[in-house]
Design a protein around this ligand. Structure first.
Ligand code: FE2
Ligand code: FE2
Length: 279
């Protein structure tokens, strides 16, 4: 895998801590007593509300992709009015964060599809603009229908989830077969799963894994839930891990100039996506 990644993605260059502007890498994603109340409040709602049934209902509601048709850059501009309450690390606008992520990937010489993954990875947050509460759009994701890992951020708030009282959902494997593959797992609903489905016809598979699992920190950072993965997931998660530092540590960098960068990224968009895509 490592060799394959070097051949076309140079994932070995994706060193953590390269994109800090005056911040240490250990200063990111700190969830403790000093974590803002808004972040605690966010995860209290998220962990209580993301039941297995809720996820299935949201998939029914959204994955037919009948909400809107937009160009990719148009969707980025549409998203730009949103501020993400779950993120303690950034005051950037959404389009600035997406561009910063893509620019960091580009600076390291990664291929165009990898840069595009950076550009669109948070586009699923348009769910917020269609009336979904933030707890059902952003934040770390986790499997529903099986036991919660204590490594999940602020996991104490799962006590308020109705699934916590359902013994069927609280065994190690829950409703799943061992090694069933993550595609069969109902992850907590949010922007990751949604943008994966939106982009699925257009981007190569490593990019799609980056989109779908970029908020699954329990797995890509802590190695949890391996027992639900198949061999293909394990191979593809090398890409998810390669992507993560760009999403996380680019947040400390300077604000990108969206107008100046638009022609370059519109060229990349046009190479992979049609003029409008279905959301
Ligand atoms: Fe995200
Ligand atoms: Fe992001």
């Amino acid at each position: 895998m490592q060799d394959a990644m070097k051949a076309d993605g140079r994932a070995d260059d994706a060193g953590a801590g390269r994109y800090e502007a005056g911040r240490k890498t250990e200063d990111f994603r700190v969830y403790d007593a000093a974590t803002p109340a808004i972040v605690h409040d966010f995860y209290r709602r998220n962990h209580a509300g993301q039941t297995h049934a809720f996820v299935q209902q949201k998939k029914q509601e959204y994955l037919g992709l009948k909400r809107a048709r937009m160009g990719v850059w148009q969707a980025l501009e549409y998203l730009d009015t949103l501020v993400d309450d779950s993120d303690p690390d950034t005051d950037l606008s959404q389009i600035e964060h997406c561009l910063q992520t893509a620019e960091a990937i580009r600076r390291d010489g990664h291929p165009d599809w990898f840069q595009l993954a950076g550009l669109v990875h948070d586009l699923g947050k348009v769910l917020c603009l269609w009336g979904e509460p933030q707890w059902a759009v952003v934040g770390d994701t986790f499997p529903t229908g099986c036991a919660y890992s204590p490594k999940i951020v602020l996991s104490e708030y799962f006590a308020d989830n109705p699934d916590a009282a359902n013994p069927r959902y609280q065994t190690r494997f829950g409703v799943y077969e061992p090694g069933c593959g993550l595609d069969k797992v109902d992850m907590s609903w949010g922007h990751d799963e949604y943008i994966y489905h939106v982009a699925r016809p257009y981007l190569p598979e490593p990019a799609l894994y980056m989109l779908r699992y970029h908020s699954f920190y329990a797995a890509h950072r802590d190695g949890e839930y391996e027992f639900l993965m198949d061999d293909h997931d394990r191979e593809m998660f090398a890409w998810v891990r390669a992507f993560n530092p760009y999403d996380l540590y680019s947040k400390g960098s300077e604000k990108p100039d969206a107008a100046a960068l638009k022609p370059y990224y519109q060229g990349l968009i046009d190479a992979y996506f049609p003029r409008e895509i279905a959301f």
